[in-house]
Design a protein around this ligand. Sequence first.
Ligand code: F3S
Length: 396
Amino acid sequence: MYLTREEERIIAGQYGAGMAKSLELLVALGEVFGAEKLVPVESAHVSGVSYKNLGDAGLEWLEDQAKLGAKAKVRATLNPAGMDMTRWREMNVPEKFAEGQLRVIRAFEALGIEPTCTCTPYLVGNVPRLGSQIAWAESSAICYSNSVLGARTNRESGPTTIASAITGLTPLYEYRLDENRLPGRLIEVEAKLRDPIDYSALGYVTGKLVGTNVPYFRGLGNPSLESLKTMGAALATSGSVALWHGEGVTPEAEKVKPHLREVEKITVEEKNLEEAREKFTCEVADPITCIGCPHCSLHEVGEVAKLVEGKHVGKKLWVFTSRGVHAEARRKGYVGQIEDAGGKVYVDTCMVVAPLKEMGWKEVALNSFKGAQYSANMGLKTRMGTARELVEEVLK
Ligand code: F3S
């Protein structure tokens, strides 16, 4: 791979061991994928934050990185952690887990990475520009930034996003190049799309059908931001989708349209979405209702608040969002309305990255196919419904 003089100086250690090690990792990655050179990135979004996934080995690795003294030179945000950083006791998170999680966050902060702890960094100020190169991890955020915003990232990992944050660079390959952003399948949507959960189901069904191909959707209607974020999350869960196009919806769709002539067409019907919904709808006795996968937008928190205002939540209702959205939702009175009714609005975490088993969870009710798939993988019973249906159930 071609390296500039400056990049050679970094590898030689002129800017410290942290920079050198980070660049070595990116060069090795680029060589594996046949990249010709490195390019600058405008931002990074780092995953691998929950102590549940990192464990002590991951924590020590992070602390070792921080000791090398390098700091992020581009804007870098952080994915959700395993708990709400201030209300973890209320969530029933074990003390030992909390200690580990707090150390993880301190290590990231020492690396100059903002502890945003959200999978929707694009809702709290980390908004990539059309065509910009970025280094993002978190499959749902990758799908959103590549497809809806038209930025360019590969499916990065925790370590490669840290390395890109520190060096401001990434190897140029795969989705960073025009030729790899072309559609691989045409998806004709015949199913009715009325609610974000229908888009989530569509993403789940399509991800299974296309695998690593780039899907081009026709018939998406006029999806809301909330529908787009949950659809991408599901696409990346059942398949390995990092990028999709939507006719009349996403910024690159018109440009890549001429290539549709060469691709296989798949039709998605109402019955396909129904089957997906049934797959995750089990008999449950006392589920915890979780809204916020991906993390809720202000609009979604507001919708829950409207539904519960002045009423009593008889079962557990947990809403997950980012700190930025939480602050705005509190200002607007939404958080107060939900918590006065008996629900909770937690930040920094979600039902997938929290240590649910240790917290005693057995059943969840949710409106996200990503959340449902991961919950089922953890052995939990799931029940699906729209946000409205689920919230109305806990009011009974
Ligand atoms: Fe976000 Fe957790 Fe869902 S990280 S996309 S809320 S599984």
